[in-house]
Design a protein around this ligand. Sequence first.
Ligand code: FES
Length: 169
Amino acid sequence: MLLTETRDRILAEVDRYPERRTALLPSLKLAQREVGWLPPEAIAEVADLVGVSHASANELATFYSMLRLQPGGRMRVEVCVQLPCALAGADRLLETLAEGLGIRPGEVTADGAVELIRTSECFGACHRAPMCRLNDEYRENLTPKATRDLIEELRSGADGVAQGNGVAR
Ligand code: FES
């Protein structure tokens, strides 16, 4: 089910490591990036490409919270609430986003465009807290005004948001 481009990138990952198995996590992330989440067929395909058992790939996919086993919103907004971000106002940021989008953390907007996530996963941008990740792009130093602007962006077309206003990771 994966595109040839994704399959090629996975095979390139496999070539990078002395142990094929080490390529499993980055390969699952590549599959998720293409599909948006990891249906069983995608996990099986990645396992075959990497050369590990389907059971091993399923085990890893279940272990990491960053890997999604169910479809969510097309735009995944993850607000980091680890201590450094919490001290810089992460809870306020999360509340403001939730109010502005009309959903609670863990929910998806009615049109399926945005999913709001509260996460304690540190994204390594603590020095620019509070912050959130929009799919693979970071939005940092989210002041109240920047947060309002972000809500406007998300409401006016989440599918086009992560296209250059933040830091791609
Ligand atoms: S604590 Fe939030 S990015 Fe590190």
